[in-house]
Design a protein around this ligand. Structure first.
Ligand code: GLP
Length: 241
């Protein structure tokens, strides 16, 4: 039986270390978004690593959405926010991974009786209490998305437990979602949404509905978001069965 020779296989640590080092560069903004990374050849010479190792580290970061490659031109720090769709992450985590500081501005952070529509989405009986969060999400002080989240009060008893991140609050309550169903729709942003997101009326947006579940199957959130279409890319890896 032939064994494939993969030089990178002998230095898995070098590959992981380089990947982390490049991630740090992006997170600390040592190279600004849109700017080029040194070439594969320069990196391998400077770091005394094989080209295979360098290529593998870069490929991983391209897949994560931190870097983009333009044929013939090289590798660049990603400018748009590229979000892998198959990972259940929060807005806060997505932004921090890209070296951006997330912030929320709340319009509503309260508790009330579930509406018929919410009770269907959350599998709750009429009369149950829910926490409602309505906020604009910022990255580096730029508005990126509007989000309306509804969470059963049985999971999140007090809306003020959410400071900036809903998932951080849920994590502390041992109720971090484990699975989610997400639906994406193209929309054009109406006047109010456009004003909040600092874009012109009718601009392209992505409407995302997420229902997240706990391990025991309970629905933990129903969130409706409007992301700016000019900034966000959602990417998914597809596989045959
Ligand atoms: C994304 C999802 C939402 C989720 C949010 C949590 O934006 N689309 O469904 O509620 O992340 O983010 P955070 O923990 O930053 O509040």
């Amino acid at each position: 039986r032939r064994i494939c020779h993969d030089p990178a296989a002998h230095q898995p640590l070098a590959y992981l270390r380089l990947r982390q080092a490049i991630r740090n560069i992006v997170e600390h903004r040592d190279i600004e978004p849109g700017h080029a990374l040194p070439s594969e050849r320069d990196l391998s010479q400077a770091l005394k690593l094989s080209r295979v190792t360098v290529r593998k580290a870069i490929a991983g970061l391209v897949e994560e959405g931190l870097l983009t490659q333009r044929h013939g031109a090289g590798t660049f720090i990603a400018e748009r926010i590229v979000k892998p769709m198959s990972r259940l992450t929060s807005f806060t985590e997505d932004l921090r991974d890209r070296g951006l500081s997330p912030r929320s501005e709340f319009f509503e952070r309260g508790i009330g009786e579930v509406t018929p529509e919410e009770s269907m989405a959350l599998n709750l009986s009429p009369g149950s209490l829910v926490v409602r969060l309505h906020r604009v999400r910022y990255g580096q002080d730029e508005p990126l998305a509007i989000e309306r989240s509804v969470v059963p009060a049985s999971v999140l008893p007090d809306p003020h437990l959410v400071r900036d991140s809903l998932y951080e609050a849920l994590e502390k309550l041992d109720a971090r979602p484990r699975r989610a169903l997400q639906r994406l729709r193209a929309v054009s942003l109406n006047a109010q949404q456009a004003r909040l997101l600092h874009v012109s009326v009718g601009s392209a947006g992505l409407n995302i509905e997420r229902r997240s579940f706990l391990d025991d199957g309970r629905v933990v959130e129903f969130t409706c978001s409007w992301y700016r279409g000019d900034i966000y890319d959602f990417v998914a890896e597809l596989q045959t069965d």
